[in-house]
Design a binder for this molecule. Structure first.
Ligand code: ATP
Ligand code: MG
Length: 298
């Protein structure tokens, strides 16, 4: 079934859904999500959001059912290997990495396990929801192991006597710790990303994709940047500018009633941390303001 409207698959509910929706809203897509509905129509663009389980997103894009998908690289890679093994279509274009959904797929073992390297797992059973990524990693190292495929509750498998170790997603490590496990090896690092189907797009759809992606770049650049305003003594001006992280060509303006001081306006590509602010005040800077930037273009 074809549609004139651009279709984007996002996670219905889970770790990526809020930020995926927010990103599209920041790109100017107007929509309201009805929790009961699979589809949300945008009001101001020929665009529909498909809200599905994240596991379904790579396949929907690879089969050309939707045009774009927002998905964790871990799920994308897992599906790609799975489909290659089965001889199913597995191609899609990764348009860009996003700035959320950071996690890593890691091996972990119970705290009493005498782990030296991945070979310590030779012949043992490993519980995971990512059998393909695990197999690729272990095959590259020439280690044989036994699978224990679990879609959830992977972290309780060793204690329940189902497996000797696990291969699971970690972000802070708190879940591992709470289950008496420790992380021994990172096998894949992941962020959310935008993927596009390789099935023929109409020129109008492709133009909308290009426009959206240019806005995504602008939104992410703005999120990574800060607008900094401060007053500086003219004699320490150079040192002060040198301290501003990633600020190129700041604007320097005279102050009305003070010829020894100037105002500096700068866009910094990083956040300005407290330590740097303290350094700046030591150099005589005052009235330091650090402000978020909403949008950036050009
Ligand atoms: P669904 O019901 O859509 O299948 P899910 O339970 O498979 O959801 P979530 O737990 O919501 O998935 O995670 C979605 C994605 O979020 C992961 O695939 C991963 O890319 C990313 N992520 C970021 N941090 C973590 C984390 N600490 N644990 C798990 N996933 C994380
Ligand atoms: Mg899932």
């Amino acid at each position: 079934m074809t549609s004139n409207r651009l279709r984007i698959a996002i996670q219905k509910s889970g770790r990526l859904s809020k930020e995926s929706q927010q990103l599209l809203k920041n790109c100017g897509v107007k929509f309201t999500v009805n929790e009961q509905r699979l589809i949300a129509h945008a009001d101001n663009m020929p665009l529909d959001l498909l809200r599905v389980r994240d596991d379904d997103i790579p396949g929907l894009v690879m089969d050309g059912v939707v045009d774009l998908g927002i998905i964790g690289e871990n799920v994308l890679e897992e599906e790609q290997i799975e489909r290659q093994t089965l001889g199913k279509p597995s191609a899609c274009n990764k348009l860009r990495q996003l700035d959320f959904g950071a996690c890593r797929l890691s091996l972990a073992v119970p705290s009493e396990f005498p782990y030296q390297d991945a070979a310590s797992l030779e012949g043992l059973r490993i519980a995971t929801s990512y059998p393909n990524l695990l197999r690729r990693f272990m095959q590259n190292k020439g280690i044989s192991y036994r699978d224990c495929m679990l879609k959830g509750s992977v972290e309780v498998a060793p204690r329940a006597g189902l497996a000797d170790g696990i291969c699971d997603l970690v972000s802070t490590g708190a879940t591992l710790e709470a289950n008496g496990l420790y992380e021994t090896e990172v096998i894949f690092r992941s962020m959310a990303c935008v993927i596009q189907s390789q099935q023929t797009q109409t020129p109008a759809k492709q133009a909308l994709i290009d426009k959206l992606m240019s806005r995504v770049n602008g939104v992410i650049r703005a999120r990574e940047s800060k607008y900094i305003l401060l007053h500086a003594p003219t004699e320490t001006l150079e040192q002060i500018v040198a301290l501003l992280p990633g600020a190129e060509n700041p604007t320097v303006l005279p102050l009305n009633d003070d010829s020894n001081r100037v105002a500096i306006h700068a866009v910094s590509t990083e956040d300005l941390f407290w330590d740097t602010m303290e350094e700046l005040t030591k150099l005589g800077a005052s009235s330091i303001l650090v402000m978020p930037i909403e949008k950036m273009m050009g």
